[in-house]
Design a protein around this ligand. Structure first.
Ligand code: FSA
Length: 429
């Protein structure tokens, strides 16, 4: 058996899983199966969304380089009608961390010859030059940052679907439902021998790739020291045809302290607004270590399992504040949909793409730890995960011994959903 004929089982068909299936198939791997509770694009994936930001600003050169590679791929015909290169403004009210991030990001792009699309902006007049849709905004004279023409948004769920469709065309199999929902690992000593699924079946393979995103620590609790699952919130506003036409092709607008929003969706004319904060956790997971000590950790509370959930009231208020500041013409309008989106943070915000250290044979590859900044890499992340399948690992994405860094997000307390409440069904679409 050659390496390319080995049986590969990918668990999770969100951003990492779909991209890996696509890239492995493109490399000539012939025996790939993806499993997920849901048909692709997986409903529980952070990428199951109407839009996500595609940007190249990173204070870390590794990701700046990858994001530049990704945006080239986003421009290819595969993503026509999915990627919209509207440009964006990235601003702050003056938070020193955000200002530093902006400076370093600019330097990284400049060093790569990619600064010609950038202009610095400060105050309402300069911002409105690039984003005329902000002409009614209040109090944005204190916004400072940059305009970058090389950025935009992608219809995230459609993008994952496209990548998985292309993988299917190359022969990748997809299993969903109880036969696709992982419930545990089957092991023998220090070897992984299978993946147990809800139906009771066990899937066997030569190589297992765990790309289960925010569900990773819930599935393998020992990962709770490596991964911290958190959710972020959004609200949707429905525009009329006429309003939507005024916002059509609007650049993405992000303010570090307040949040961000996108042009209306092409189907449904929905504007998505996200507030910025350090994320919420749900510490319902419990894990007892070898010494009998119990640890609590955060596990996702997916909307698919809790369809009555909305978002915490304080998040709703932050979204309303964003509206009354940035697009006050919509103040008071009903927020039709409000949802959370689950990601999983590593201590230093690097991805986790490494073999599970408990299984020295290397048959279990972890490909997770999005750290809230992975969707934009959809077209290319699977290439890096495929490299890891072939033994080529990036040291930054290793397991263990990571420094805990400040997330860089505004605020510092990661509140628990049980303390802040999860809103109600009235907040949902
Ligand atoms: O990489 C990106 O452009 C993601 S920004 C969106 C966001 O909501 C973050 O603002 C948030 O802090 C978290 O990381 C989830 O993603």
């Amino acid at each position: 058996m050659t390496q390319k004929d080995q049986k590969i089982l990918i668990i999770g068909t969100g951003t990492f899983g779909a991209s890996t299936a696509y890239h492995l198939a493109k490399r000539g791997y012939t025996n790939i199966t993806c499993i997920d509770k849901w048909p692709y694009p997986s409903l529980d994936s952070a990428g199951y969304d109407i839009n996500k930001i595609i940007r190249t600003e990173y204070d870390e050169p590794l990701y700046a380089e990858m994001a530049l590679e990704a945006i080239q791929a986003w421009r290819t015909p595969m993503y026509t009608d999915i990627f919209h290169e509207t440009g964006w403004i990235l601003t702050t009210l003056g938070d020193p961390k955000a200002t530093d991030h902006l400076k370093k990001s600019y330097e990284n792009l400049k060093n790569k010859g990619q600064a010609h699309n950038i202009d610095f902006v400060s105050g309402k007049d300069e911002i409105v030059r690039y984003v005329p849709q902000l002409k009614n905004a209040r109090n944005i004279d204190n916004w400072k940052g940059l305009w970058n023409e090389q950025a935009g948004w992608a219809h995230a769920a459609n993008a994952i679907k496209k990548v998985a469709d292309e993988a299917a065309k190359m022969g990748v199999r997809f299993i969903s439902g109880p036969s696709g929902e992982m419930v545990g690992l089957e092991t023998e000593g220090d070897k992984v021998t299978g993946i147990r699924v809800k139906s009771g079946e066990i899937h066997h393979a030569d190589k297992y790739i765990l790309s289960t995103g925010a569900a990773s620590p819930a599935l393998l609790p020992e990962l709770h020291t490596e991964l911290w699952s958190k959710c972020w919130t959004y609200g949707l506003l429905e525009l009329t045809e006429e309003e939507a036409s005024q916002f059509r092709n609007m650049p993405v607008v992000l303010n570090h302290e307040l949040g961000f929003f996108f042009e209306p969706s092409r189907e449904g004319r929905l504007i998505k607004i996200c507030n910025e904060f350090p994320g919420y956790q749900w510490r319902k997971g419990e894990f007892t270590d070898a010494n009998g000590k119990t640890h609590k950790y955060s596990v996702p509370r997916y909307a698919s399992e809790y369809p009555g959930d909305g978002i915490p009231e304080e998040a709703m208020n932050a979204i309303k504040h964003f509206i009354s500041t940035v697009i006050p013409q919509f103040e008071g309008r009903e927020i039709k949909g409000a949802k959370v989106c689950w990601c999983t943070d590593s201590p230093d915000a690097h991805y986790l793409i490494a073999n599970h250290p408990k299984y020295p044979g290397g048959e279990l590859l972890l490909a997770t730890g999005d750290s809230g900044h992975a969707f934009k890499m959809l077209p290319i992340i699977g290439k890096y995960i495929s490299n890891a399948v072939e033994g080529d690992f990036k040291p930054e994405w290793r397991y263990g011994n990571r420094k805990h860094l400040d997330s860089g997000r505004p605020g510092d307390e990661v509140k628990d959903l049980k303390d802040v409440g999860i809103g109600g069904p009235q907040a949902r679409l």
